[in-house]
Design a protein around this ligand. Structure first.
Ligand SMILES: CC(C)(COP(=O)(O)OP(=O)(O)OC[C@H]1O[C@@H](n2cnc3c(N)ncnc32)[C@H](O)[C@@H]1OP(=O)(O)O)[C@@H](O)C(=O)NCCC(=O)NCCS
Length: 162
């Protein structure tokens, strides 16, 4: 198959959130049934965001969050099942990590359940330091219970969100 016409894009404004939602539902077990409003928030707060296009059809996606210099994390890497195994995933991740927003970052993290071998081919190494997770629930968001230590304006913000 000839993939020379496949385009890699870093413009968030070009993203079609309906197509992104469908792509996740098709092939991303960790991103099932994400709603459009929340996807929009995730995209707004990510940089860079890379999408891959076969004409008008979205066939790949990856995004990162970063402080621009010390740390970055890659999220939501996916290639449409019909386009897997042709080097698109590699180029997608390489496009993401070579983006000016990421290419000076000291340490780039990602979590993966099944794709360690894929990321190893690109240069990532297994890291055995402990990862810790705080699970948060949108219906019961994290708040600080004892706010006496906070500056007054932060305490106000914290209680305003209750
Ligand atoms: C993981 C994924 C993005 C890879 O995309 P892809 O386009 O199929 O990968 P590529 O064709 O670019 O493969 C790049 C290299 O990794 C290797 N590779 C890809 N998937 C692999 C796997 N599961 N096991 C071992 N090697 C793999 C390829 O053989 C290739 O090696 P080469 O460069 O030496 O020839 C794609 O399979 C996918 O979207 N999977 C479902 C979603 C997912 O699991 N995303 C990752 C979440 S962390």
């Amino acid at each position: 198959m000839d993939f020379r016409h496949i385009q890699y894009c870093d413009r968030k404004s070009d993203l079609d959130l309906q197509q992104l939602q469908a792509l996740f539902n098709l092939g991303a077990f960790w991103a099932q049934n994400r709603n459009i409003e929340d996807l929009k928030i995730a995209i707004e707060n990510s940089d860079p965001v890379i999408s891959v296009w076969d004409g008008e059809k979205l066939i790949g996606f990856a995004r990162a969050t970063s402080d621009g210099i010390y740390r970055a994390t890659i999220w939501d890497v996916i290639v449409h099942p019909a386009y897997q195994g042709f080097g698109i995933g590699r180029k997608l991740v390489e496009t993401l990590i070579s983006h000016p927003r990421l290419n000076r970052v000291e340490r780039v993290y990602l979590t993966t359940t099944h794709q360690q071998q894929f990321y190893k081919r690109i240069g990532f190494e297994q890291n055995h330091t402990t990862t810790m997770i705080l699970e948060n629930s949108p219906s019961d968001p994290i708040r600080i219970t004892r706010d006496r230590q906070l500056q007054p304006e932060l305490a106000e913000l914290n209680t305003a969100n209750v």
